[in-house]
Design a protein. Structure first.
Length: 108
């Protein structure tokens, strides 16, 4: 059962890979009988799509995870303000929590 499922997943992955290669080759006007090396460009395109690009993306993600620090990347305005306070004072920003207690009032 598991082996059959693995084969289906590999087949779907291979078909998706072939579709990506066909789309890229059609957009770049690469075919087997292209004047300037079409027969050589298709294997290069296959190697790029299957090995090189995923490895590059994986390396970028690993480097980002290694170098990520709370104050290195400020995406939101709140993170930017926290970063500025940390750089100015050297202390982390404290987060305050307020609890409000009240009674339920019923209409008379």
């Amino acid at each position: 059962m598991k082996n059959n499922k693995k084969q289906k997943i590999k087949l779907i992955g291979f078909l998706l890979l072939m579709m990506v290669i066909v789309v890229i080759s059609l957009t770049c006007h690469i075919s087997i009988n292209t004047k300037h090396g079409g027969i050589f460009l298709l294997p290069v395109l296959y190697i790029l799509v299957t090995y090189t690009v995923p490895k590059m993306v994986q390396d970028y993600i690993e480097e980002f995870k290694k170098s990520y620090n709370k104050y290195d990347y400020a995406i939101t305005k709140n993170q930017f303000c926290d970063k500025c306070v940390y750089e100015a004072t050297g202390k982390e920003v404290e987060e305050l929590e307020h609890k409000v207690e009240a009674e339920e009032v019923k209409n008379v």
